[in-house]
Design a protein around this ligand. Sequence first.
Ligand SMILES: NC(=O)C1=CN([C@@H]2O[C@H](COP(=O)(O)OP(=O)(O)OC[C@H]3O[C@@H](n4cnc5c(N)ncnc54)[C@H](O)[C@@H]3O)[C@@H](O)[C@H]2O)[C@@H](O)CC1
Ligand SMILES: Nc1ncnc2c1ncn2[C@@H]1O[C@H](COP(=O)(O)OP(=O)(O)O)[C@@H](O)[C@H]1O
Ligand SMILES: [K+]
Length: 489
Amino acid sequence: MKGVWTVERVRAAERRVFERTPEATLMRRAAFAVGVRSAELLTEHTGAVSGRRVALLVGAGNNGGDALWAGVFLLHRGVAVTAALLAPERTHAEGLVAFRRAGGRIVRVPEDTEAAHVAVSTADLVIDGIVGLSGRGPLRPPAAELVNLVTGPLVAVDVPSGVDPDTGAVAGPAVNADVTVTFGGRKPGHVLADGAVCSGAVHVVDIGLGDELGEPDLVLLDAADMGALWPVPGPEDDKYTQGVVGVAAGSETYPGAAVLATGAAVLATSGMVRYAGPAADAVRTRWPEVIATGSINDAGRVQAWVVGPGLGTGAAGREVLATVLEKGVPVCADADAINLLAAETALWDAREPDTPLVLTPHDREFARLAGDVGDDRVAAARRAAERTNCVVLLKGHSTVVAAPDGRVLVNRARGAWPATAGSGDVLSGLIGALLASGVEPWLAAGCAAGVHELAGDVAADGAPIGASALLAAVPDAVRMVRAAAAASA
Ligand SMILES: NC(=O)C1=CN([C@@H]2O[C@H](COP(=O)(O)OP(=O)(O)OC[C@H]3O[C@@H](n4cnc5c(N)ncnc54)[C@H](O)[C@@H]3O)[C@@H](O)[C@H]2O)[C@@H](O)CC1
Ligand SMILES: Nc1ncnc2c1ncn2[C@@H]1O[C@H](COP(=O)(O)OP(=O)(O)O)[C@@H](O)[C@H]1O
Ligand SMILES: [K+]
């Protein structure tokens, strides 16, 4: 698992480290890492370092100081570096002296705006040192204008400026980095909301904070974690012992949701899948291995239920949901099951106390259930999970999975191809399969989200896909995470 720490936690670690290590040392380490990564990118993009042009965007604080010291490193490697000072009176003093001494060129904004525009638009690489951990709100107009002129690769120092470091919210112009070099550990802004996209490839450098950071505020599962969690049948297993999944989804109007959710359960684990509902014929035709019946009461025993996709919010759907919640086994409630729970509080009483319930809302479903998501997606999901005593998986480009005990994991998507109709139905089937196998609900939801996203990426391979193609790529995605787990064992 990879950790993610809030700004407050990073600042606290920083204070402890400052008791034994001077601030300047930390800044030099940070800047060195930015310089090295920038030199590598110059080589990748232009074939050389010496003789190339780099522009620094330098704001008022230590983030700008990091950029200036990175500039010093590049000047020593023969790069022509121009620093555009966006707050000339508040520029990091030692960094500026060192930059000048090393032969760096300085342009001041707004006085030398024209020269700054030329420097940025002709640079082979630009370093964003506008704001870091103290950044609030979007880029202001002079900085936004400069960022718009960037054509070469863009390296953000610590956090892309304009992105809220704690929420990833972007409320206006922001830096869209190719690479973000960050210190100590990832920040929420790198993995959440629009910030996840603006950060590009995140490169974490330990500048000495690592030991002081403590338990992370959020975690990311990597491929090896997912592979290690994925259920694998043993020699003693049969079709029942691996956990039977039940799917109560679909309606006359939406049979496809049932086919997709059931198919995901079939492909996610070995063992058995049962289906109950009005789409039994469609399910049987597409997935002959599924034991399909028309009614939930005839479905037989299962170890977890998936309920909701395409269910409808009428009396029939309500009845199905209430029946499933009374079964006393873990449930993944998606789509209309969430809408029903949001509309009728009495339905919550049908739930056996303490049986795990995983809710998988997108933003609109979340709003019906627990109010507007707002900018802080982690806080919203965490609140809803605590209030409902459920695992809440809030969908999006970055999917947030909150457990009732406050743990949160995030799955950051590589691209947005999985945002296609029916893709959520596939996700619910994957979660149901892992729940039935006995994976802890919070991890089951996180692991399913990660494999779902990977399947979308593999299936798309640069072109649009439908949910059926995403579903078909699930076995490949499972193989990939299992291979990652084997490689790291
Ligand atoms: N945390 C650490 O341990 C270390 C931090 N370092 C650097 O220090 C940075 C934090 O530095 P500072 O606390 O001095 O603050 P920043 O450099 O992040 O911000 C400086 C100032 O910018 C202004 N500002 C805020 N939002 C703005 C916006 N949208 N547009 C324009 N100006 C805005 C504020 O007045 C703020 O005080 C980190 O991001 C990192 O780059 C490194 O030097 C090394 C160690
Ligand atoms: N911008 C995005 N980038 C990556 N994945 C996304 C994005 N938007 C949505 N997704 C994912 O696509 C799926 C959509 O689910 P959902 O909205 O329930 O669709 P449906 O109801 O059509 O099945 C979720 O897994 C979600 O995390
Ligand atoms: K920055």
